[in-house]
Design a protein around this ligand. Structure first.
Ligand code: DAH
Length: 353
């Protein structure tokens, strides 16, 4: 078969072979088959040298044209196949930006912290500042400086959590250097007075601990809010007015409040403030122990003995203090009959607030 015939035969199959390649890899195989080192077209081109010069011109032209056309068609087909592959990749990885996103779950502030912040807001509004103290507290601040007698029952190990002395000694319950989990936020009063000069208008929120069994109105760990005012000419009337104002802001004008005489070691005189029960509206229920009233805070005029421990001159200054349980206020505000639910971590309950 003459070389020219071979070239013509090959020419008739080139387009078909190239079109038949379904992807870039198959196309490369076709290219090698035609133009590779041992490819059919390459072999033909190599054979040109063996022809006599008269034939060589015509055959050479035809062969070179065929090579050129083959390269062009290969390049075209390659472009087509690459574009198709890209389209396919894009179609597979397509993003539908109109689909709704996956919502990240939103947390809520715990009810206790909400109430704490509401109480703080009320007092910040009348000029108070927030103070803080440690939860692991020295006996001195928790009891001694607050005028607790060494025999005071609150000092007993059955009421108070004692932390072990780093020296390894067993606690006696009566040493000023002993460390307790604070049983109230009142020690922050003493710390504040030792740190800053009057006039003092502070609030101290925080966790406190007592060895109480949990029941509908008690938790072994709960949250208190302490208040302290020290200034010139502060009287019991200022205390009453302040507590009245607070209760109206916190519970609304339809709740009744009352002052009852009481005793605290660190105030004299002392009182407890009750708010009418919002669950039974004063008629008596399990939550209020059938009295119609719920005690929400203790208060009184700062005892001169506390001033002495806190290095405040009680001839120049007088003051009042108050302390309330935030958990109890939350229960009152939202008519929660059992405060244990506040610490059970049940999101169905907690999410409501
Ligand atoms: N510390 C008291 C308690 O735990 C509450 C209290 C009563 C605080 C009277 C005061 C106060 O500052 O004046 O229960």
């Amino acid at each position: 078969m003459s070389l020219l015939t071979q070239i013509e035969q090959l020419q008739s199959t080139v387009q078909e072979k190239i079109d038949a390649a379904a992807d870039v890899a198959e196309l490369e195989a076709v290219r090698v088959e035609l133009l590779g080192r041992k490819g059919s077209l390459t072999t033909l081109l190599r054979e040109l040298g063996t022809l006599d010069p008269a034939q060589r011109a015509a055959c050479g032209k035809a062969a070179n044209e065929l090579r050129q056309r083959t390269e062009d068609v290969l390049a075209q087909r390659q472009e087509q196949l690459q574009a198709a592959a890209l389209d396919q990749r894009l179609a597979q990885g397509r993003l539908d930006i109109t689909l709704p996103g996956r919502a990240a779950p939103l947390g809520v502030q715990h009810l206790i912290n909400r109430i704490r912040d509401q109480v703080i807001d009320i007092f910040i509004g009348i000029g108070y500042q927030v103070a803080e103290g440690p939860e692991a507290e020295l006996d001195f601040y928790n009891f001694t400086a607050l005028n607790h007698d060494v025999q005071h029952p609150a000092r007993s190990a059955s009421d108070t959590f004692y932390l072990f002395d780093p020296s390894g000694e067993e606690h006696t319950g009566f040493e000023p250097s002993e460390v307790v989990l604070r049983t109230h936020t009142s020690p922050v009063q003493v710390r504040t007075m030792l740190q800053q000069k009057p006039p003092i208008y502070v609030l101290a929120p925080g966790k406190v601990y007592r060895r109480d069994a949990a029941d509908p109105t008690h938790l072994p760990q709960f949250t208190q809010m302490e208040g302290l005012v020290v200034d010139r000419d502060i009287t019991f009337a200022d205390l009453r007015g302040t507590m009245d104002y607070f209760c109206k802001e916190m519970f609304g004008k339809d709740r009744k409040t009352r002052f009852r005489p009481h005793y605290f070691p660190f105030t004299e005189p002392s009182a407890e403030v009750d708010v009418s029960c919002g669950i039974c509206d004063g008629s008596g229920c399990r939550f209020c122990g059938n009295t119609g009233w719920i005690e929400i805070l203790g208060c009184g005029m700062v005892d001169p003995e506390v001033f002495r421990h806190s290095q405040v001159d009680s001839d120049s200054y007088t003051g009042f203090a108050f302390g309330m349980g935030i958990d109890r206020i939350a229960a009152l505000r939202y008519d929660i009959p059992d405060i244990r639910i506040l610490v059970e971590g049940d999101m169905r309950f907690l999410r409501q607030f």
